[in-house]
Write a protein that binds this ligand. Structure first.
Ligand SMILES: *Cc1c(COP(=O)(O)O)cnc(C)c1O
Length: 462
């Protein structure tokens, strides 16, 4: 295959993509294939001789699409969305064509500067203070790990990277039980340890209780431990829990702790000023992560981390061996010093394309529709016999149950076997509940209102 062939097949791939997207509503959302089915249809050994692209293409069509769960399906209400707007897909093709390694300014000047500019555009759109700069990671998990490593180094007076953690006091992190498992992972990978991630009790709204946070920090100080940082959640994955940002940050600040806010999903909604009250006080955070690759339409991977002062993170993650020096340029930004991996994809391009191709107004309209339609679906589900709304909508996420855990789980299985919609579960206060989130880039009112109809049908209520 050469570049002439690539041009030919790219056109076919683009046509296929259009038809695939047009036909999505006719497919079951969740893959209906059993484990092992795809592998069983593949040869066990790789080909010795080159195969014609036509054969490879035919096999792709025969083997792959029907064995996929369709994340771009307009009735994907599971997990959180991983949207890929057409403008984002186009930008990815261009980034693929250049296949640049964007580790240094010098290795990709336009990528570095587009990253600076688009992150600042997003900052403005989210209503964050001008003091925030930022960078783009592959995932919120990596951004949170970066923030936790920074907490560790700052608390240790920058000694951890050099000397390791042995002989140090016990470092302590604080978050509520509603925060995502990426926070647990960061506690583990940073060497701080799962047992030193204090899960602070929550209040009646499932927000971290600021007084309990204060008490936990004081107890740790009294025990001779070393508090390092607080991780807040704005839109937790389970039920969309939102911490009381201003009050919680104030406690952290009083103890001189570094703060990171995980708004991986809900952050995108903050392009709508009417939601800013949900994270009132956010400008006091040291670090914030939000994933345009969830709700905003920029495809995976694009996790934006905003930093009030990048110096602490750069001091934690940055290394500059001789072979990465940019000779004769001292005032450029080398983004590898802000992130865990050295290698970096050109992720800003798709953010740039999406912000321009849809405009903030186009993106806001989608998010506002999703929030309004989620509320409407909630009401329709609440009206079905036996159905109970367990947690009320947080933006476009709510949970429900039908009777006990076994009955709810059986319902979930029937819904996903039906295939017209896709839902997933979580546990809330020990109870098995079904999550609904509305956030697919191309979903319509009719798509969302099919959800209560499917639930009525499979539960026998209709
Ligand atoms: C999705 C999500 C994450 C993890 O995001 P990745 O980018 O997949 O690492 C973390 N926190 C919250 C609140 C999320 O919704």
């Amino acid at each position: 295959m050469d570049h002439d062939d690539l041009a030919h097949w790219s056109k076919r791939a683009a046509d296929w993509a259009r038809d695939y997207h047009r036909g999505l509503r006719d497919r079951p959302v969740r893959a209906q294939t059993p484990p092992g089915a795809t592998a069983a249809r593949l040869p066990a050994a790789p080909p010795e001789a080159a195969e014609p692209m036509e054969t490879i293409w035919d096999d792709f069509q025969a083997l792959v699409p029907d064995a996929m769960t369709h994340w771009q399906h307009p009735r994907f209400f599971a997990y959180f969305p991983a949207n890929a707007a057409p403008a984002s897909m186009l930008a990815e093709q261009l980034a693929n064509a250049m296949a640049a390694q964007c580790m240094l300014w010098q290795t990709a000047p336009a990528a570095t500067e587009l990253e600076q500019v688009t992150v600042d555009w997003l900052r403005q759109a989210l209503g964050l203070a001008p003091r925030f700069t930022g960078t783009i990671h592959d995932s919120a998990t990596t951004a949170t790990l970066s923030a936790v490593l920074t907490m560790r180094e700052r608390a240790l007076g920058w000694a951890g990277n050099a000397q390791g953690l042995s002989g140090q006091k016990r470092l302590r992190l604080y978050a509520s039980a509603q925060t995502h498992s990426s926070v647990d992972k960061a506690a583990r990978l940073s060497g701080i340890g799962q047992e030193n991630l204090v899960k602070v009790p929550t209040d009646a709204t499932h927000a971290m209780d600021p007084e309990a946070l204060d008490a936990a920090i004081r107890a740790d100080l009294a025990a001779g431990h070393l508090p390092a940082g607080v991780i807040l959640c704005v839109g937790g994955t389970g039920i969309g829990a939102i911490d009381r940002v201003a009050e919680t940050l104030a406690i952290a600040r009083a103890h001189h702790l570094y703060t990171h806010v995980d708004a991986a999903w809900a952050g995108s909604a903050m392009i709508c000023p009417e939601f800013w009250a949900l994270w009132e006080g956010i400008d006091g955070a040291d670090s914030i992560v939000t994933n345009p690759h969830k709700w905003l339409g920029v495809q995976f991977d694009c996790a934006v981390q905003f930093l009030a002062d990048p110096a602490a993170q750069v001091r934690t993650l940055g290394l500059r061996p001789d072979y990465l020096e940019t000779l004769g340029q001292s005032d450029v930004t080398d983004f590898n010093e802000w992130t865990v991996p050295l290698g970096r994809r050109f992720r800003a391009l798709k953010l740039w394309f999406v912000l321009r191709a849809y405009g903030l107004e186009g993106l806001r309209t989608r998010i506002r529709n999703h929030v309004a339609w989620a509320a409407e679906a909630r009401d329709a589900i609440a009206a079905l016999p036996g159905f109970e709304i367990v947690t009320e909508p947080r933006l476009s996420l709510f949970t429900f149950a039908l009777g006990d855990d076994a009955a709810t789980e059986a319902l979930l299985k029937r819904v996903n076997d039906d295939g017209r919609v896709y839902l997933t579960q979580t546990r809330h206060q020990g109870r098995f509940v079904i999550r609904v989130q509305v956030g697919s880039f191309d979903c319509t009112h009719a798509d969302v209102m099919m959800l209560p109809r499917v639930l009525a049908k499979v539960s026998g209520a209709a």
